[in-house]
Design a protein around this ligand. Structure first.
Ligand code: S7B
Ligand code: ZN
Length: 327
């Protein structure tokens, strides 16, 4: 309860000093439970269990890894410190920006497990909790170190408790895109995804970019698609959910920042209106099988409900989707 809440200290994955809420147990040990947000934020150590096994244990037995304790107020596990701090920041973003109390709007406990697998270059929301790999040190450093990654994973949980967009083909690409959009909204400084934990040896790159997706390439399609006519139609990656997400990502970027794309000029409406439109589209208009055309319609309806039928916001949404070839 509240009296056990104390301030913890530690360094994050990027070696930054962090302070965070944690709990003092009866035996005087401290552990990474923040009881001040919803039903709590709790970070555990997965002991490098194989990711598939960990995922199974998590689904079948609510297994969450081992408690991380410290006999004083300093925590020395950077991956765990970053997971706890970034989860709290993302909780605060959803509460302050949209009035949403955790991913289910019922205060659901935010559980993260770090050190999943060995040098695992992945992060995931597994339907019950977040799982973070340590990365292999070349492609990734511990993935809980990036706020946009945690916002991406937690937005998968928001999507699963709202539109439930099926993680396949066009609905799956929208599921992915909404996670990227919220990731870049929480980590407000840029339009890149994962830049803080991706390829420590290379400056300025990222896992994906929303600003100019075609400037990055991937193994499946080469340049990421920035127009519906360039979408990937193969089977890999659940029908290209991490590929075709770039088409909707580009639309969102244009709606927020404006620009001219394939001859279509969009007057940007800014991050604040854009995040509201996508949050309302995801929680009130989209359904589990929505495709790109329905995404356009849902964003128009959300903008009209929020700002008026003949608002600049509605106009920007229409032009943004015109620019990426989605009617
Ligand atoms: C690193 C990674 C691998 C596979 C799936 C995801 C996934 O969560 O879709 C993933 O995490 C991300 O994409 C976050 C945004 C950087
Ligand atoms: Zn994702």
């Amino acid at each position: 309860n509240a009296i056990d809440q104390v301030t913890g200290f530690g360094k994050g994955v990027l070696d930054q000093k962090q302070m965070f809420e944690m709990t003092k147990g009866e035996n005087g040990n401290y552990f990474l439970f923040d009881g001040t947000r919803g039903d709590g934020i709790h970070t555990f150590h997965a002991q490098h269990i194989n990711p598939l096994i960990f995922n199974l244990l998590s689904q079948l037995a609510d297994y969450t890894g081992e408690e991380l304790t410290s006999d004083h107020k300093y925590f020395s596990d950077p991956a765990a410190v970053s997971a706890q701090v970034n989860a709290a920041d993302v909780y605060d973003y959803y509460k302050e920006t949209f009035g949403r109390d955790s991913y289910d709007d019922q205060g659901a406990k935010l559980i993260s497990s770090v050190h999943v697998g060995t040098n695992w270059n992945n992060a995931a929301w597994n339907g019950k909790q977040m799982m973070y790999g340590d990365g292999d040190g070349e492609t990734f450093i511990p993935l809980s170190g990036a706020k946009d990654v945690i916002a991406h994973e937690l937005t998968h949980a928001v999507t699963d408790t709202s539109s439930s967009l099926v993680y396949q083909d066009e609905s799956g690409a929208l599921n992915e895109s909404i996670s990227d959009i919220m990731g870049t909204m929480v980590d407000r400084e840029d339009w890149k995804m994962g830049e803080d934990v991706y390829t420590p040896g290379i400056e300025g790159d990222a896992l994906r970019t929303l600003k100019d997706p075609a400037s990055y390439t991937n193994a499946l399609t080469g340049p990421y698609p920035d127009h519906y006519s360039k979408r990937y139609t193969g089977e890999a990656d659940n029908g290209g959910v991490h590929i075709n997400s770039s088409i909707n990502n580009k639309a969102a970027y244009l709606i927020s920042e404006g620009g001219t794309h394939y001859g279509v000029t969009v007057e940007g409406i800014g991050r604040e209106a854009t995040e509201q439109i996508y949050y309302h589209a995801n929680t009130q208009y989209l359904t589990s099988t929505s495709d790109f055309s329905m995404m356009r319609q849902a964003a128009i309806e959300a903008a009209a409900a929020l700002y008026g039928e003949s608002s600049a916001e509605v106009e920007a949404v229409k032009k943004g989707y015109d620019a990426v070839g989605v009617q």
